[in-house]
Design a binder for this molecule. Structure first.
Ligand SMILES: NC(=O)C1=CN([C@@H]2O[C@H](COP(=O)(O)OP(=O)(O)OC[C@H]3O[C@@H](n4cnc5c(N)ncnc54)[C@H](OP(=O)(O)O)[C@@H]3O)[C@@H](O)[C@H]2O)C=CC1
Ligand SMILES: Nc1nc(=O)c2c([nH]1)NC[C@@H]1CN(c3ccc(C(=O)N[C@@H](CCC(=O)O)C(=O)O)cc3)C=[N+]21
Ligand SMILES: [Mg+2]
Length: 289
């Protein structure tokens, strides 16, 4: 490992170079990978993330189409838009930026996305395939974290991995990917009693709660590897994670910063999944890695 800081921008950049090469190869065969991003409403964080995704696509020559709707859009309109994209041959990946407004049933929307174009890996078919170890689109944040661990030479097998958070998009699949790599996995969540007693046992600690500085120095073991998924704004409007970075830095063996840690990897894996989908354009078979 080169230093304590796990640099997601740098590792993501290396992976993007190999994706770039493959995009170029595909394009010389006349195939341009395409991503459609649906953005509903005017949440400013969502706009930032979506802008980052668009920029990353354009840097690699991946076609991207941003489809924006007002927050008041009906579920039916959204569903018919997705139907259109499912059969649009210019589009290999469909991403509906979450969260959606309260009047829209998120699961119903996710279920409507073709599993062959579900580059987020959120469709029940892909979730199920991931759980039983069949090829599928893997969710970008957890698979990006697995890449961070791999590139940082962190051995996962046999280690105690503690995942704080159990959302469908981060916590749950994170634990499953770690389990597949032979970690011993513990999930924690808001009902966990004595969180600190458990996080202190972690060799690898992944925190995805959306609670700024939830994890402090007293909550981590000496030499632990800490992955901070949180994206929060502090009182000054500055981005910060779920981990008190400055407080734990001395104690850990490796840690991701916010920004520049997990976030860029999420986008890298989205590009990766879109490329994989484009490669299968003719047959539209779901696949993985
Ligand atoms: N960098 C990136 O690429 C990404 C970053 N994020 C960020 O990661 C964070 C988590 O996202 P997401 O999973 O979607 O969030 P959710 O709000 O869907 O889930 C949060 C999880 O954290 C748990 N939790 C909340 N408070 C506590 C607490 N005090 N102690 C222990 N567990 C707690 C909740 O428990 P319970 O289930 O009991 O409610 C829940 O399981 C957010 O800051 C989000 O912005 C998300 C996706 C990608
Ligand atoms: N369908 C769907 N798929 C998602 O993948 C998805 C989503 N909905 N909803 C919201 C979360 C959050 N998410 C992030 C992506 C990139 C950064 C990112 O680029 N972060 C930069 C900084 C960003 C900034 O400057 O604000 C970094 O950490 O360095 C962060 C968060 C994807 N999500
Ligand atoms: Mg504390």
């Amino acid at each position: 490992m080169s230093g304590k800081l796990i640099n997601g921008k740098e590792i993501g950049g290396k992976i993007r170079e190999t994706i770039q090469q493959e995009v170029n190869d595909l394009k010389s065969e006349g195939i341009t990978p395409g991503l459609a991003v649906i953005l509903v409403g005017d949440d400013s964080a969502s706009h930032t993330y979506v802008a980052n995704k668009q920029k990353a696509c354009s840097e690699l020559g991946i076609y991207s189409r941003l489809i924006q709707f007002e927050a008041e859009i009906s579920e039916d309109t959204l569903l018919s838009q997705i139907e259109q994209l499912n059969t649009d041959s210019a589009i290999d990946g469909i991403l509906v930026q979450l969260p959606l407004p309260k009047h829209i049933n998120e699961q119903k929307i996710i279920d409507a996305i073709s599993p062959y174009k579900d580059v987020d890996g959120f469709h029940p078919i892909n979730v199920g395939k991931m759980l039983i170890g069949e090829p599928s689109f893997q969710p970008c944040t957890p698979s990006g974290i697995m890449k961070l661990l791999e590139y940082s030479n962190v051995d996962v097998a046999g280690k105690h991995a503690v995942v704080v958070g159990r959302s469908n998009i981060v916590g749950i699949p994170m634990g499953q990917l770690l389990l597949k790599k032979d970690a011993t996995v513990t999930y924690c969540h808001s009902k966990t009693q004595d969180l600190s007693a458990i996080t202190k046992q972690a060799d690898i600690l992944v925190v995805a709660t959306g609670r700024a500085k939830l994890i402090g120095k007293e909550d981590v073991k000496d030499g632990a590897v800490v992955i901070d998924v949180g994206m929060n704004r502090d009182i000054h409007g500055k981005l910060c994670g779920d981990v008190d970075f400055d407080a734990v830095f001395e104690k850990v063996s490796a840690i991701t910063p916010v920004p520049g840690g997990v976030g860029p990897m999420t986008i890298t894996m989205l590009l990766y999944n879109t490329l994989q989908s484009a490669k299968k354009k003719s047959s539209r078979q779901p696949l993985v890695k």
